[in-house]
Design a protein around this ligand. Structure first.
Ligand SMILES: N[C@@H](CCC(=O)N[C@@H](CS)C(=O)NCC(=O)O)C(=O)O
Length: 207
């Protein structure tokens, strides 16, 4: 059994959506980060940097933190969502999410939404990063339906971050290829289910 330690955040949704797409049974263990549960002694053994999500595979007693590693672990274990023919297309866009989309949009949330008005420099910097991320995605999606050509972990990793477009103050209509991709993926039953795997049920933001 896969145990997923999680809370409703973009990083956590990456993993619950992937598990739904793979169609593997999993158990949710909520870690309420608004109550600092990520710092408990027990959870620190699973996630040494005290971040959610984390995963324990009880079949082989494997424990993994960092979504980059978790998603590769699941895709490899079940041999799904890394299409062999497009391996490097998928990997490039997957690592673009891990190294740029998540970190830059995550910081943009801090400076443009949760702490707006605290730092003009940080706001300008992250507005610019957000635009660069979206322009890069939009250009890629001009002639490709999916980031890695076929639907893959690259899309699953990126989509929950784009779903926070309101928080990073982005009008998806300015990025028509991203919008088309966003709407297409939002309709997938596994995405709808995995989006609300933990916490209070909320609607997927629509445009
Ligand atoms: N690089 C990590 C980032 C995980 C992350 O930032 N998790 C956030 C929620 S999205 C968290 O646990 N925040 C609580 C904290 O930092 O104490 C990953 O991809 O797994």
């Amino acid at each position: 059994m896969i145990n997923l330690y999680t809370w409703p955040t973009p990083n956590s949704r990456k993993v619950s959506i992937l598990l739904e797409e793979i169609e593997v049974p999993y158990k949710i263990i909520p870690i309420n980060i608004t109550k600092d549960e990520q710092f408990s002694k027990e959870f620190t053994k699973i996630s040494p940097s005290n971040k959610i999500p984390a995963l324990v595979d009880t079949d082989n007693n494997t424990s993994i933190f960092e979504t980059g590693a978790i998603m590769l672990y699941l895709a490899n274990k079940y041999n799904k969502l890394i299409p062999e023919n497009y391996y490097w297309d998928v990997m490039q866009w997957y690592f673009f999410q891990i190294s740029q989309v998540g970190p830059f949009l995550g910081q943009a949330h801090q400076f443009l939404h949760y702490n707006a008005g605290k730092s003009v420099y940080a706001e300008e910097k992250y507005k610019d990063y957000v635009k660069r991320v979206y322009s890069t995605l939009d250009t890629r999606l001009t002639s490709n339906k999916y980031l890695g050509i076929e639907y893959s972990i690259a899309d699953i990793a990126t989509w929950p971050w784009v779903a926070r477009f309101e928080i990073h103050k982005t009008n998806l209509e300015n990025y028509p290829n991203v919008l088309k991709w966003y709407r297409l993926i939002a309709k997938r039953p596994a995405v709808i289910k995995g989006y609300n795997a933990v916490g209070e049920k909320i609607d997927i933001p629509i445009v």
